[in-house]
Design a protein around this ligand. Sequence first.
Ligand code: NAD
Ligand code: ZN
Length: 354
Amino acid sequence: MKIVKLVPRVICGEGAFDNLSEVLESHFDLSSGYVVYIIDSVHQRTGLKDRIKSNEADMVIEADVSQHEPKTTEVDAIRDKILLVKGNKLPAVVVGIGGGSTLDMAKAVSVILTNPGSSAEYQGWDLPKNSAVPKVGVPTLSGTGSEASRTAVLTGPEKKMGINSDQSIFNVILLDPILLKTVERSQEFYTGMDCFVHCVESLSGSFINEMGKSFASAAKKRALDFFSKDKNYESLMTASYLGGCSIAMSEVGICHALSYGLSLVLNYRHGLAICLAFNQLGDYYGEDVKIFKQIMEANNIKLPTGITSQVAPDMMDRMVEMALRMEKPLTNALGDNWKEILTRDKIVELYRKM
Ligand code: NAD
Ligand code: ZN
């Protein structure tokens, strides 16, 4: 039985972002240092960056996540820059503002500010030894559940894998649905489907308990309603959070394992990689794949096709290796004998269909 750590403080509702300064002042000892804001550079354009009320001593760092997902080298560079500029003095708080990529960067930076070496050394389960710098998360794109989870997913030199640790969880999150309204429609769909797939995979896996089921069922319904009935952004934001909680109580499954190969080797972004993989998983998640295809059509989303037609055998091998590394998700989905069911040949067959 595992002890699950959840985010201890949540502030939600339209306009929650306006409370950021007050939350920082009331919940953290700012006299001991300064605040580091890590904000998605897209928010220069949306105007959100201008709404940060930073002091002179604070650092506002823009993260450009437009071309690729966060890398261990980028996280290391941000940590090094902070410590260089501030003469090794630690910040009082790290605030992450953006989609899953930026939230994960902020979480990872907070961990390696107090744990020596590269962030790549902490990709895995429960590896950081020292307490992280406190952190606050402000999602501006909903679906990954990073705001709720104990993982900070990074792409390292060898693997895409999270820093899965109690040190990687936010101390406070601010959920303001108004911040979602500038997201481009296809991105909204891909990341929203990430939430849907988190729920499908946790509900159909063997690791889940009753509490996880409640989180996942509620999140799944909200995510589906958003894309098939009513574009209620507060509901989508809630779905993402609840989906993240459901994963904290269970695990993901085959779709996530395959998506990591697509992201690591072919550089597909997580949400799109999830859609590309889930679209081919009818044999494993039958009814939910049918629903997925229906809402994809209703939302006028067209996935790229033939994406592996030019992939050379050595690249395909790397993709298969990456998928096979995801032992926990695959055990959750298929049981202890998953290697007999999801063979190398089967994985190649699935990738070749995409
Ligand atoms: P993202 O953060 O990579 O952002 C995708 C695009 O949306 C970017 O171009 C970004 O600039 C833009 N964007 C973000 N907010 C916006 C806004 N309000 N308006 C306009 N544009 C905006 O996308 P994501 O799908 O949220 O995150 C994907 C990452 O999250 C991947 O690295 C994935 O591995 C990770 N992930 C983490 C967890 C976790 O629990 N930590 C779970 C699932 C996925
Ligand atoms: Zn995911």
